[in-house]
Ligand binder design. Structure first.
Ligand SMILES: *Cc1c(COP(=O)(O)O)cnc(C)c1O
Length: 368
């Protein structure tokens, strides 16, 4: 129950279960049927560590990866087999096309300016370089509007300059299976795709993989589900949890009725209570919003957060837990079988994505 010396140097240990990530990818690939299955690696593989996650998925046979930024894609390139395709969702930033060519990265072209840049790059390199085209089908975030598509197709020279390899779009409401936006976006995507005969399509994020074959097209692009986030909150999660988080008790004390705990003195004991302080806080991504409302677990028993979450520590009401189990050095679970990423998200009024991607850089990381 007492942390070993190496892990005790850090406030908490984050355990990443690579076998679970691999199993989740296999399930997504199976569920995606005839479509190929990519893996989204943005934000350091949603906080789990791209260095470890990407090679593990490559071993499973994954050969298509997505990042948000060029920088992430450049870091990913040496981690995956040479025959892997790496798409950069945000496309080429102005003036950066040469780095795409140098590192063999495929931009997702989202607007006319990116298309013009890519065409110019192809002319400079005298090569028909591959690119994906993203269409906006209703999210108004990134992608070509129908009028941009009209303009592109009005000048057929573009096709001799660059090589379109994928048509894609992104769903706004895929986590809500019954939402009418899903169908509306799928239909708009079909109309736009019809203007590019033979071009493979990709629409599905994690949640959309579970919306059925109409959403699968040629390539699924899951991120969150790989890392155990429930694609349809409120329903049973078909995926395996991929992370565990265990902190260490730094100090433990009795407080008396009327004693305050933490910043702002927001918690005042109504009788004798035992308070244990753990070495993790909002600087580690444990949201301050969880002050006075979140929980940790000791041997599967919930212990409430008492008072305000500090930068580097959290005070827990551990009254009733055997004293020997709450001494300095004893371990407390924050992500475990009893408390998943989605559970924390619910208590923190956010989504699992945010809980995961905020997990801090100060943890000792252990990969299984
Ligand atoms: C982040 C992202 C994905 C992955 O979405 P998940 O919901 O995490 O599966 C897929 N496509 C695009 C365009 C994205 O931005």
């Amino acid at each position: 129950m007492v942390a070993s010396v190496d892990t005790a140097r850090a406030g908490a240990v984050l355990t990443v279960d690579l076998a679970a990530v691999r199993a989740n990818w296999r399930l997504l690939r199976r569920t995606a049927g005839k479509a190929a299955c990519a893996a989204v690696m943005k934000a350091d593989a949603y906080g789990l560590g791209m260095d470890m996650v990407a090679p593990a998925l490559a071993e499973e046979g994954c050969r298509v990866f997505f990042t948000a930024h060029l920088e992430e894609a450049m870091r990913l390139r040496p981690l995956v087999p040479d025959d892997s395709t790496i798409y950069v969702l945000h496309g080429p930033p102005p003036g950066a096309t040469a780095e795409f060519v140098e590192h063999g990265l495929v931009p997702v072209l989202n607007d006319p300016a990116q298309i013009a840049d890519w065409r110019a790059a192809c002319r400079r390199h005298r090569q028909r370089l591959p690119a994906a085209l993203q269409f906006d089908t209703g999210m108004s975030r990134m992608g070509l509007a129908p009028v941009d598509v009209d303009r592109l197709l009005a000048d057929p020279a573009w096709k001799d300059e660059f090589k379109p390899v994928l048509a894609m779009s992104h769903l706004a409401c895929a986590d809500d299976a019954g939402h009418p936006m899903n169908r509306a976006q799928r239909e708009r995507f079909a109309v736009l795709r019809a203007r590019f005969p033979g071009l493979p399509g990709s629409l599905a994020n994690s949640s959309a993989v579970f919306l059925g074959p109409d959403y699968h097209h040629d390539l699924a692009r899951p991120g969150a589900a790989l890392y155990g986030i429930n694609p349809h909150p409120g329903k049973d999660n078909p995926l395996r949890q991929a992370v565990g988080l265990r902190a260490r008790i730094v100090q433990s004390r009795m407080v008396a009725a009327g004693d305050a705990v933490g910043y702002g003195a927001r918690y005042v004991a109504d009788g004798p209570r035992r308070i244990a302080t753990i070495g993790i806080g909002y600087a580690d991504g444990w949201l301050r919003f969880l002050s006075g409302r979140g929980h940790a677990y000791i041997d599967g028993v919930p212990v409430p957060i008492a008072g305000t979450v500090s930068m580097d520590s959290i005070t827990l009401d551990v009254t009733g837990i055997p004293e020997g189990r709450v001494a300095p050095g004893c371990e407390v679970d924050l992500l475990c079988a009893q408390q998943t990423v989605d559970d924390v998200a619910r208590e923190a009024a956010t989504i699992g994505y945010e809980v995961l991607t905020r997990l801090g850089s100060r943890f000792h990381r252990r990969y299984r």
